[in-house]
Design a protein. Structure first.
Length: 232
Protein backbone atom coordinates (compact mmCIF):
# COMPACT_ATOMS: atom_id res chain seq x y z
CA UNK A 1 0.00 0.00 0.00
CA UNK A 2 1.25 3.47 -0.83
CA UNK A 3 1.45 5.99 1.99
CA UNK A 4 -1.22 8.69 2.19
CA UNK A 5 0.70 10.46 4.96
CA UNK A 6 4.45 10.31 5.51
CA UNK A 7 6.64 12.05 8.08
CA UNK A 8 10.34 12.22 7.27
CA UNK A 9 12.78 13.30 9.99
CA UNK A 10 10.40 15.96 11.32
CA UNK A 11 11.71 18.04 14.20
CA UNK A 12 9.95 20.49 16.52
CA UNK A 13 11.14 22.79 19.29
CA UNK A 14 9.65 25.79 21.05
CA UNK A 15 11.33 29.11 21.72
CA UNK A 16 10.79 30.34 25.28
CA UNK A 17 10.75 34.11 24.77
CA UNK A 18 10.27 34.80 28.47
CA UNK A 19 13.38 32.74 29.17
CA UNK A 20 15.76 34.73 27.02
CA UNK A 21 14.99 32.86 23.81
CA UNK A 22 15.76 29.43 25.27
CA UNK A 23 14.91 26.67 22.75
CA UNK A 24 13.03 23.70 24.18
CA UNK A 25 13.27 20.63 21.93
CA UNK A 26 10.11 18.52 21.75
CA UNK A 27 10.63 15.78 19.13
CA UNK A 28 13.31 15.01 16.56
CA UNK A 29 13.63 12.51 13.72
CA UNK A 30 9.90 11.77 13.57
CA UNK A 31 9.62 9.19 10.83
CA UNK A 32 6.57 7.04 10.04
CA UNK A 33 3.91 6.62 7.37
CA UNK A 34 0.21 5.80 7.19
CA UNK A 35 -1.54 4.05 4.31
CA UNK A 36 -5.17 4.23 3.26
CA UNK A 37 -7.38 2.23 5.61
CA UNK A 38 -4.69 2.04 8.28
CA UNK A 39 -4.70 3.37 11.85
CA UNK A 40 -1.43 4.37 13.48
CA UNK A 41 -1.65 4.95 17.24
CA UNK A 42 0.99 7.14 18.86
CA UNK A 43 2.06 5.83 22.26
CA UNK A 44 4.25 7.12 25.05
CA UNK A 45 3.96 8.96 28.37
CA UNK A 46 2.39 12.38 28.79
CA UNK A 47 4.74 15.08 27.56
CA UNK A 48 6.49 12.83 25.05
CA UNK A 49 5.21 14.89 22.11
CA UNK A 50 2.21 12.91 20.83
CA UNK A 51 -0.15 15.89 20.55
CA UNK A 52 2.66 18.02 19.12
CA UNK A 53 3.09 15.51 16.29
CA UNK A 54 -0.63 15.64 15.50
CA UNK A 55 -0.52 19.45 15.46
CA UNK A 56 2.51 19.35 13.18
CA UNK A 57 0.59 17.16 10.74
CA UNK A 58 -2.44 19.46 10.87
CA UNK A 59 -0.27 22.53 10.43
CA UNK A 60 -0.97 24.13 13.81
CA UNK A 61 2.72 23.77 14.67
CA UNK A 62 5.47 24.51 12.19
CA UNK A 63 8.32 22.00 11.93
CA UNK A 64 11.87 23.18 12.48
CA UNK A 65 12.97 20.77 9.76
CA UNK A 66 11.94 17.61 7.94
CA UNK A 67 8.91 16.83 5.80
CA UNK A 68 5.25 15.97 6.34
CA UNK A 69 3.96 14.70 3.00
CA UNK A 70 0.23 14.48 2.37
CA UNK A 71 -0.63 12.62 -0.83
CA UNK A 72 -4.07 13.18 -2.34
CA UNK A 73 -5.05 12.05 -5.81
CA UNK A 74 -2.02 12.87 -7.98
CA UNK A 75 -0.39 15.48 -5.79
CA UNK A 76 1.87 15.49 -2.75
CA UNK A 77 1.95 18.49 -0.44
CA UNK A 78 4.59 19.07 2.21
CA UNK A 79 2.73 20.50 5.20
CA UNK A 80 6.06 21.47 6.78
CA UNK A 81 6.71 23.97 4.00
CA UNK A 82 3.18 24.84 2.89
CA UNK A 83 1.81 28.36 2.96
CA UNK A 84 -1.15 29.07 5.31
CA UNK A 85 -3.58 29.12 2.39
CA UNK A 86 -2.45 25.68 1.30
CA UNK A 87 -2.83 24.29 4.83
CA UNK A 88 -6.36 25.70 5.07
CA UNK A 89 -7.23 24.02 1.78
CA UNK A 90 -5.93 20.68 3.08
CA UNK A 91 -8.09 21.04 6.18
CA UNK A 92 -11.19 21.66 4.07
CA UNK A 93 -10.65 18.77 1.68
CA UNK A 94 -8.12 16.23 2.97
CA UNK A 95 -7.53 16.27 6.74
CA UNK A 96 -10.04 15.99 9.57
CA UNK A 97 -9.14 16.57 13.21
CA UNK A 98 -10.87 15.64 16.46
CA UNK A 99 -9.25 17.31 19.46
CA UNK A 100 -9.99 16.74 23.13
CA UNK A 101 -11.96 19.98 23.30
CA UNK A 102 -14.98 21.35 21.48
CA UNK A 103 -14.55 24.87 20.14
CA UNK A 104 -17.94 26.20 19.10
CA UNK A 105 -19.64 29.56 18.73
CA UNK A 106 -21.72 30.00 21.92
CA UNK A 107 -25.13 30.55 20.30
CA UNK A 108 -24.90 27.98 17.48
CA UNK A 109 -27.09 24.85 17.94
CA UNK A 110 -25.40 21.47 18.15
CA UNK A 111 -26.96 20.31 14.87
CA UNK A 112 -25.42 23.25 13.00
CA UNK A 113 -22.05 22.75 14.72
CA UNK A 114 -21.90 19.18 13.43
CA UNK A 115 -23.32 19.94 9.98
CA UNK A 116 -21.07 22.93 9.25
CA UNK A 117 -18.17 21.02 7.58
CA UNK A 118 -20.57 19.54 5.02
CA UNK A 119 -22.20 22.91 4.36
CA UNK A 120 -18.74 24.43 3.79
CA UNK A 121 -18.02 21.64 1.28
CA UNK A 122 -21.14 22.62 -0.68
CA UNK A 123 -23.81 20.23 0.64
CA UNK A 124 -27.33 21.58 1.04
CA UNK A 125 -28.28 22.50 4.59
CA UNK A 126 -31.04 19.87 4.54
CA UNK A 127 -28.62 17.11 3.48
CA UNK A 128 -26.00 18.22 6.01
CA UNK A 129 -28.58 18.35 8.81
CA UNK A 130 -29.88 14.87 7.94
CA UNK A 131 -26.40 13.33 8.09
CA UNK A 132 -25.53 15.26 11.24
CA UNK A 133 -28.75 14.13 12.93
CA UNK A 134 -28.02 10.49 12.13
CA UNK A 135 -24.57 10.72 13.68
CA UNK A 136 -25.78 12.62 16.75
CA UNK A 137 -28.41 9.94 17.28
CA UNK A 138 -25.81 7.23 16.95
CA UNK A 139 -23.66 8.98 19.56
CA UNK A 140 -26.61 9.13 21.96
CA UNK A 141 -27.15 12.90 21.90
CA UNK A 142 -30.90 13.30 22.60
CA UNK A 143 -32.89 15.04 19.87
CA UNK A 144 -34.14 17.60 22.39
CA UNK A 145 -30.54 18.90 22.60
CA UNK A 146 -29.91 19.27 18.87
CA UNK A 147 -31.15 22.87 18.80
CA UNK A 148 -29.26 23.78 21.99
CA UNK A 149 -25.75 25.31 21.87
CA UNK A 150 -23.29 22.58 22.96
CA UNK A 151 -21.39 24.99 25.21
CA UNK A 152 -24.15 24.23 27.76
CA UNK A 153 -23.58 20.46 27.54
CA UNK A 154 -21.67 18.20 29.90
CA UNK A 155 -18.06 17.35 29.04
CA UNK A 156 -18.99 13.94 27.64
CA UNK A 157 -21.82 15.39 25.53
CA UNK A 158 -19.54 18.08 24.15
CA UNK A 159 -16.96 15.47 23.22
CA UNK A 160 -19.59 13.43 21.35
CA UNK A 161 -20.63 16.54 19.41
CA UNK A 162 -16.95 17.10 18.68
CA UNK A 163 -16.59 13.52 17.43
CA UNK A 164 -19.69 13.83 15.24
CA UNK A 165 -18.37 17.03 13.68
CA UNK A 166 -14.96 15.48 12.97
CA UNK A 167 -16.26 12.17 11.65
CA UNK A 168 -19.08 13.52 9.47
CA UNK A 169 -17.11 14.68 6.40
CA UNK A 170 -15.32 12.04 4.33
CA UNK A 171 -11.64 13.00 4.46
CA UNK A 172 -8.70 10.83 3.33
CA UNK A 173 -6.84 11.57 6.60
CA UNK A 174 -8.30 11.76 10.11
CA UNK A 175 -6.35 12.86 13.19
CA UNK A 176 -7.73 11.86 16.60
CA UNK A 177 -6.46 13.33 19.87
CA UNK A 178 -7.98 11.37 22.78
CA UNK A 179 -11.44 11.04 21.18
CA UNK A 180 -12.73 8.66 23.87
CA UNK A 181 -11.26 10.36 26.95
CA UNK A 182 -14.59 11.65 28.35
CA UNK A 183 -16.83 8.81 27.19
CA UNK A 184 -18.58 5.94 28.93
CA UNK A 185 -18.18 2.34 27.77
CA UNK A 186 -21.16 2.40 25.39
CA UNK A 187 -20.00 5.52 23.59
CA UNK A 188 -16.40 4.28 23.47
CA UNK A 189 -17.72 1.21 21.65
CA UNK A 190 -19.58 3.47 19.21
CA UNK A 191 -16.41 5.44 18.47
CA UNK A 192 -14.46 2.21 17.94
CA UNK A 193 -17.11 1.14 15.43
CA UNK A 194 -16.95 4.52 13.68
CA UNK A 195 -13.17 4.24 13.39
CA UNK A 196 -13.51 0.73 11.92
CA UNK A 197 -15.95 2.09 9.33
CA UNK A 198 -13.57 4.89 8.40
CA UNK A 199 -10.78 2.37 7.92
CA UNK A 200 -12.98 0.21 5.68
CA UNK A 201 -13.69 3.30 3.56
CA UNK A 202 -9.95 3.89 3.13
CA UNK A 203 -9.32 6.67 5.64
CA UNK A 204 -5.77 6.93 6.99
CA UNK A 205 -5.93 7.60 10.74
CA UNK A 206 -3.39 8.83 13.27
CA UNK A 207 -4.69 8.57 16.83
CA UNK A 208 -3.72 9.20 20.42
CA UNK A 209 -5.62 7.06 22.95
CA UNK A 210 -4.68 6.23 26.52
CA UNK A 211 -7.34 3.55 26.98
CA UNK A 212 -5.61 0.21 26.36
CA UNK A 213 -8.78 -1.51 25.19
CA UNK A 214 -9.48 1.21 22.63
CA UNK A 215 -5.87 1.16 21.46
CA UNK A 216 -5.92 -2.60 20.95
CA UNK A 217 -9.23 -2.35 19.09
CA UNK A 218 -8.21 0.32 16.57
CA UNK A 219 -4.42 0.14 16.09
CA UNK A 220 -2.85 -1.48 13.05
CA UNK A 221 0.54 -0.03 13.98
CA UNK A 222 1.77 1.49 17.24
CA UNK A 223 4.48 4.14 17.10
CA UNK A 224 6.32 4.77 20.37
CA UNK A 225 6.98 8.51 20.43
CA UNK A 226 9.77 8.15 23.01
CA UNK A 227 12.04 7.02 20.19
CA UNK A 228 11.76 10.56 18.79
CA UNK A 229 13.05 12.16 22.01
CA UNK A 230 15.65 14.82 21.16
CA UNK A 231 19.22 14.12 22.16
CA UNK A 232 20.19 15.68 25.46
Amino acid sequence: MSAVLELRQARKSFTMHLQGGLRLPVVAGVDFSVSAGQCVVLTGPSGAGKSSILKMIFGNYRCDSGQILVRHRDTAIDVAGAQPRGILKLRKTVMGYVSQFLRAVPRVPALDVVAEPLVVEGASRAEAHAKAAALLHRLAIPERLWQVPPVTFSGGEQQRVNIARGFLPERPILLLDEPTASLDAANRATVIALIAEKKRHGTAIVAIVHDDDVRRAIADIEVDVTRFAPAA
